[in-house]
Design a protein around this ligand. Structure first.
Ligand SMILES: Cc1cc2nc3c(=O)[nH]c(=O)nc-3n(C[C@H](O)[C@H](O)[C@H](O)COP(=O)(O)OP(=O)(O)OC[C@H]3O[C@@H](n4cnc5c(N)ncnc54)[C@H](O)[C@@H]3O)c2cc1C
Length: 399
């Protein structure tokens, strides 16, 4: 409820008369971890605004919940840097017993079925070596003796630092830190408009809550509104600098095996992605409760506003998911797969552009808008990277 927002005026803001030092827009995993890190800085007075009545209800709860190792991305990219750092922060905190979050460092196998895919794995190993992410080839014969139901004709690259985590618990962990440090949470509160007050060097944010519009002022804004981030950015950017945006759905399919999961695999199983694909391919994952699922696939949506997204998993994609899964798990039958749920990737590049260039995270302070930081295209591995993204944003302000 918006009533949870208590305006406090005694903070060290640049202008000394803004309501908050920072307003973070969007309470997914990226927004809450960023708000928490910023609230940790002495003198800051952070408001997190979330339109839903709970945190983490959108993409943060519609993904594979995989702690990615960070081996796929180009070495100088933000995705590589922040994924690896985010992963290490999660495991460090876990090893030190700092958080009671359920996670499992289960590892994953990436399986190659032919020479072309084997070559892909060789290149992936080189990339992982450059990034100092541990990987090793394991023999297909050994793999067959461990998990006979998993098919890998040519090669298997194992990533031992891949894991799974409860996204829900991870959100609660950062939410607890934020509130314990005196951060202000505005739930059921939707940002409707933003303007820059040049004279005061601060921003006015129009927020709708309980049918009322309120104006809050802040020295800094962090736009981490996920699927809505480009819409929010475009509220304040001049026309020529506005972002184009696209949405790509990832459909998941559930499968309840007749044998225990451990008899199928205790590793996540990933195929080799198609060259220039905008996703990692329909893989086998399981959650901490041992529920197995396949996905996500990749389906570009023909909608121009996030509000128009239909999350119903597309049953028409079941056949192609089945074809993809059968290559590495031949025991699957089409009838045993069921559309389960979907998640949506916020894309800044069009389908055509995505084929030609690597789509990195965009995290930047906008020109002529001091203290306004946009986070765009925060797709996978955003869950893994979130804590490192928070540090990165903090460094943009304070380093
Ligand atoms: C299919 C799929 C699979 C994925 N798998 C993985 C994985 O296994 N591992 C991994 O590391 N990453 C994965 N990801 C990526 C990860 O889920 C995202 O990067 C991450 O959840 C993004 O978090 P976020 O906080 O940026 O966005 P969100 O969770 O979407 O949060 C944004 C928030 O902003 C709020 N908001 C929007 N507009 C407004 C407004 N006007 N006012 C107030 N609030 C607003 C929304 O309500 C929402 O809660 C996957 C993503 C997808 C789509």
């Amino acid at each position: 409820m918006f009533s949870r927002i208590n305006k406090r005026f005694l903070h060290h803001s640049i202008t000394c008369h803004s309501d908050f030092s920072h307003i973070v827009i969007g309470g997914g995993i990226v927004g809450i971890s960023t708000a928490s890190e910023l609230q940790n800085v002495k003198g800051n007075n952070v408001l997190l605004v979330e339109k839903n009545h709970k945190l983490g209800e959108e993409t943060t709860s519609r993904n594979s919940e995989v702690i990615h190792a960070g081996l796929y991305y180009p070495p100088n990219s933000l995705k590589a840097k922040l994924c690896i750092k985010g992963k290490n922060k999660i495991y460090d905190a876990w090893n030190k017993g700092k958080f009671q979050i359920d996670l499992q460092k289960c590892g994953k196998w990436i399986v190659a079925q032919d020479e072309i895919e084997e070559e892909y794995l060789n290149n992936l190993q080189k990339n992982a070596d450059e990034l100092e992410v541990p990987v090793e080839f394991i023999s297909t014969k050994r793999a067959k003796s461990i998990h006979p139901l998993i098919k890998a004709n040519k090669a298997i690259l194992e990533s031992p630092t891949t894991g799974i985590i409860s996204a829900h618990d991870y959100v609660l962990f950062h939410e607890g830190r934020f509130e314990n440090n005196g951060g202000t949470l505005g739930l059921s509160s939707k940002v409707k408009d933003i303007s820059y007050n040049k004279g005061n060097l601060n921003y006015s944010v129009m927020i709708e809550s309980d049918g009322e519009i309120m104006e809050m002022t802040t020295d800094n804004i962090i736009n981490s509104a996920g699927l809505y981030a480009a819409e929010i950015a475009n509220m304040i950017l001049p026309k020529e600098k506005q972002y184009d945006y696209y949405f790509a759905k990832g459909n998941y399919f559930s499968f309840t095996p007749e044998i225990p999961l451990g008899k199928i695999t205790n590793k996540l199983i990933y195929p080799c992605p198609n060259p220039n694909a905008a996703s990692l391919g329909t893989h086998l994952t399981f959650d901490l409760g041992g529920q197995l699922r396949f996905g996500p696939d990749l389906e570009w949506l023909n909608v121009t506003r996030a509000d128009d997204i239909d999350y119903t998993p597309n049953p028409q994609n079941l056949k192609s998911a089945y074809e993809a899964v059968k290559k590495y798990f031949p025991a699957i039958t089409q009838n045993s797969l069921h559309p389960s749920y979907s998640g949506i990737r916020p894309k800044i590049l069009s389908p055509e552009e995505n084929k030609k260039q690597f789509a990195d995270f965009i995290i930047k302070e906008e020109e002529n808008l001091p203290g306004f930081i946009n986070l765009l295209g925060i797709e996978s591995p955003g869950l893994t990277a979130s804590w490192a993204i928070a540090d990165y944003v903090k460094d943009l302000y304070y380093k």
